[in-house]
Ligand binder design. Sequence first.
Ligand code: PLP
Length: 392
Amino acid sequence: MTKRNPHFSALKPTYLFPEINQRKLQYLAQHPTAKLISLGIGDTTEPIPSTITHGLVDGAARLGTKEGYTGYGQEQGQSLLREKIAENIYHNRVSPQEVFISDGAKCDIGRLQALFGGDVSIAVQDPAYPVYVDGSLMHGVKQIHYMPCTPENHFFPTLKTTPPVNLIYFCSPNNPTGAVATHDQLKKLVQFAKIHQSIIIFDSAYAHYIQDPTLPRSIYEIEGAHEVAIEMGSFSKIAGFTGVRLGWTVVPEKLLFEDGTPVIRDWMRLFTTIFNGASNIAQQGGIAALSTQGFDEMQQLTQFYLENARLIVEGLKHFPLEIYGGTNAPYVWIRFPGQKSWDVFQMLLENVQIVTTPGSGFGPAGEGFVRLSAFGHRENVLEAIQRLQKLF
Ligand code: PLP
């Protein structure tokens, strides 16, 4: 018989979102007429803006013509899209050659984990997006240091107590806490990585939710970051592409392995070996999203979700709750002192039929918190706020 990959036994039996779904279905089986409102999974709900939709439609239509048909493209992505990302997202802080187009940030995190393998030590923000830890475990990573990010340290890791590690996963704006790192904080992180010769894997999937111009949208706004950081980005939450699938990873040419090999060289090898490029239709959508009109539409879309987040925070702030996040980020993070996250999840499901995400699913320091997502139709968000106001 085929042996099971032993690394899989290091994983907890269920992944967070399937467990939430299971509890939701269980509740609905017992209460078939209940009107559940989901502020749980961070999935977008609003239609893709029109310029971007047209880009997708044109991309698809072109494939139906002799002149426009294309098959496999360059694995790294279409040059025009790489140029637009370098220019419009990074303001030329990175070159198009350093941008690799993909089917999303999560998939790139998985591929990066394959690049570094299991023989690395890692540090992760705690709480954090689950794929950083679970994907690492799948590759056999044994040394995992959790860096607690709580209200007590303003959601920024205490670097004095962080051991030297090979890889540091860092996400800003953060999922799930909604915390956004400042320039000074990222400077400290880059300095730490330089001293310990670590590589930062910077997840900027929510960067465009940052409206405060004093906050950095990219690690490359920090001097010296090109020598220590890889950054991934995504069209998922800014263009409604969670189902379309399009993202990118920046691997700077200056980033080197211990033996002097440029990381970009191995990344290119890995990318061209196990990936055949992002969908050409999706890439046309991405190009449209980065046109002047498309960019405005993405801004309106993010504003819509940010307004949801603002309404949630405003609607709950007069109650005896500890509320964090929700500005410059689409997540609201609420602490329920002395309670377990899954108990709060269940209580909210049963008492007000609202689905949240238990903080403990994002790491040990998430215990006692739940995450509310601002991704939802406005009427549902307003109704959820009313229900919560009655409860508290
Ligand atoms: N990174 C973070 C922090 C996320 O929260 C998510 C999705 O929820 C992703 C990456 C996934 O991005 P993509 O849809 O591009 O794979």
